[in-house]
Design a protein around this ligand. Structure first.
Ligand code: SAH
Length: 394
């Protein structure tokens, strides 16, 4: 082992187009907008300059993905491991006032917390980390140590199995960074408790972005409720406390099994969990003229890429149209879209067209979005992705 000498960071030079992006306030620079990488290696913190050599800031450099640079600082401010650890601590402190005892929260939301490529969640004392880019992957130990110091967690799970890692040239893997691998963790969410499997569950164990929207939507629950794309029944649990019956539809057999366990945990006996395709169930319910007083539609991203947006729009229109048909008069539709490629206004237009085809009117009761611990940056539109509307049939 040689001595570690502090090397000055390599310098990446932007093309004029890259400078334009920088000037908009965005946090990303695409590879095609880089003139010269200056020998930067994937995972480096680099300094960034324009064609005339003027320093623009510092950034994480990634060698594989279309996004070459993720800005950390603008102007002269230098980025180093100290700055990253400070940002992690600040992100956690910002959440403290609203953290629920025994609950779950997103501690770090990547760009939204000026820590691009890092996701950190907490579930009743267990931390889950996800490194989405090489520079964060290389510093996972730093982030795990900082979390351990600040939070004294029961364990730290590393869920580096997000498929987007492949685009960054990173392997998919899971490991424990501290403590023993936990079994299902019991998590509080307002009046409801659920089991989160931090090792095998979707995302880091649960869809935390919908955390505030579940109780918000459940305020409208009554009579017969249909929860489509239910995962482990989190909307269903909240709704079942007010409704007569809830039907929860989910295609994953593992998730459906957990719906039953979650109902038992909450002593709820009015939820029917159905393993199946929500598209088919909605079609069949329409044919059979079934009626529901409330319907939740929370599909997976039907468009993962902008190029798939047209197909996805057909999918969103179909499920919303069918749900509108089978909604009772005065019934409520809570409908969501988490596709990055479909902006809010386009989703709203799909809902308008579906309502026109269904020949019914709706009043917009509420507009919903991702939980506040997934903060949105004004100049990075990609940080806002979850759109939701609560509509009442008039
Ligand atoms: N509403 C859930 C999150 C839903 S995520 C919550 O609040 O936790 C989308 C879910 O839809 C995933 O669990 C996925 O397994 C399921 N899914 C995907 N395609 C489906 C289909 N065609 N029919 C029913 N469920 C589907």
């Amino acid at each position: 082992m040689g001595y570690h000498t502090a090397m000055p960071p390599r310098n990446v030079t932007l093309r004029p187009k890259g400078l334009q992006w920088y000037m908009t306030g965005h946090a990303w620079i695409y590879r095609e907008d880089v003139a010269n990488t200056g020998g930067a290696r994937s995972g480096d913190i680099v300094s960034v300059s324009d064609a005339r050599g003027r320093r623009l800031g510092s950034a994480f450099y990634g060698g594989a993905s279309k996004i070459a640079l993720r800005l950390l600082t603008r102007g002269e401010a230098v980025a180093d491991d100290r700055l990253l650890a400070d940002r992690l601590a600040e992100a956690i402190e910002r959440r403290r006032p609203s953290m629920e005892e025994g609950g779950a929260a997103r501690l770090v939301y990547s760009e939204g917390d000026f820590l691009p490529g890092l996701v950190a969640d907490i579930y009743d004392g267990y931390v889950v980390l996800q490194a989405l880019i090489p520079a964060v992957d290389a510093r996972l130990g730093l982030f795990a140590n900082a979390c351990a110091d600040i939070l004294r967690p029961r364990g730290i799970v590393c869920r580096n199995d997000a498929s987007s890692r492949a685009l960054e040239g990173l392997p998919l893997e899971k490991k424990m960074l501290a403590g023993e691998q936990p079994g299902p963790v019991e998590v509080a969410e307002g009046p409801v408790r659920y089991l989160a499997d931090l090792w095998n569950g979707h995302k880091t164990g649960a869809y935390l972005d919908q955390r505030d929207n579940r109780p918000a939507a459940a305020r409208y629950a009554r009579g017969r409720v249909l929860d489509c794309f239910a995962y482990q029944g989190h909307f269903a649990l909240h709704c079942a406390r007010r409704a007569e019956t809830v039907t929860a539809v989910e295609s994953s057999a593992e998730a459906v099994a957990v719906i039953g366990r979650n109902c038992a945990l909450n002593e709820l006996a009015n939820v029917e969990a159905v393993e199946g395709n929500a598209f088919d169930l909605l079609r069949r319910a329409h044919r059979e003229r079934r009626r529901f007083d409330m319907i939740v539609l929370d599909p997976p991203p039907l468009a993962r890429k902008r190029a798939h947006a047209a197909d996805a729009l057909r999918g969103y229109k179909e499920i919303n149209l069918r749900a509108m048909h089978i909604l009772a008069e005065g019934g409520v539709l809570a409908t969501f879209c988490c596709s990055h490629g479909i902006p809010r206004d386009l989703f709203l237009e799909v809902l308008r067209r579906a309502a026109a085809d269904a020949r019914c009117g709706f009043r917009v009761m509420e507009e919903l979005r991702q939980a506040a611990d997934h903060p949105v940056l004004l100049h990075v539109p990609e940080t806002a992705y979850l759109k939701g509307f609560v509509l009442r049939k008039t």
